[in-house]
Design a protein around this ligand. Sequence first.
Ligand SMILES: Nc1ncnc2c1ncn2[C@@H]1O[C@H](COP(=O)(O)OP(=O)(O)OP(=O)(O)O)[C@@H](O)[C@H]1O
Length: 241
Amino acid sequence: MLEFRDVVKHYRSGDSVVRAVDGVSLEVAAGELVALYGPSGSGKTTMLMLAAGLDRPDRGEVRCDGRSVAGMSAEEATRYRRTQLGFIWQQFHLAPGMSALDNAAMKLIAEGLGRRAARRRAARWLELVGLAERTRHPPEQLSTGERQRVAIARALANEPRLILADEPTGNLDTTRGQAVLTLLAQITRDAGVATVLVTHDPTAAAYADRVRTLRDGILLDGAATAAEEVARDAAAKGTAP
Ligand SMILES: Nc1ncnc2c1ncn2[C@@H]1O[C@H](COP(=O)(O)OP(=O)(O)OP(=O)(O)O)[C@@H](O)[C@H]1O
């Protein structure tokens, strides 16, 4: 479903070059949840931006359902993001002044679904993420964790084929975080979605079918279980797992 083929993305910053993604090949199948695990600055968000067509690789190719993402016109890329993709952003990107319900319904309305039907569907997703009591509140009247859940409801409401989740539980307490991860794993499996979960939390990585570790823009060898990755990480830091 999603494929990175020898992808390189470097950023220039003054005289130096940041090798954000440095020759990554990775496939994520429909119905599979892959965790991209790695420290801050290892290139995880850059990989999601490339998959969403919000940035272009310097070399290599990102394909979704066989189509080159960088090869899409601006119009095709917008439609791809609205209809195929559920992007859960680290910074939420909610519209201020609009209710949680309208924020969650936004992509559905943009795709032409009637306002009432869009709101009905969005309300169901808000309920699933535990926000049934907060649908009328705009983001500025919600806690950070509640905003994160609105962003998750919005990302899932269009029933995407590919979910890109950037630290989706970063602002949630353990119970809420586990509920969101269980929901993501369930949607991935039941709806045959390909999901990439970016995290530096080993507990979150444990919900994945496969965990791949990114360091300095390079994927470490081999797929591993979350437990193996946690042990490898602890060994690298010289701490007990
Ligand atoms: N637009 C940009 N211009 C210059 N450098 C960038 C740009 N975007 C990212 N970088 C750099 O690329 C590297 C990878 O960044 P990225 O955001 O992908 O890391 P990350 O693993 O998602 O980090 P975090 O866990 O902190 O979100 C970092 O060193 C970052 O500073």
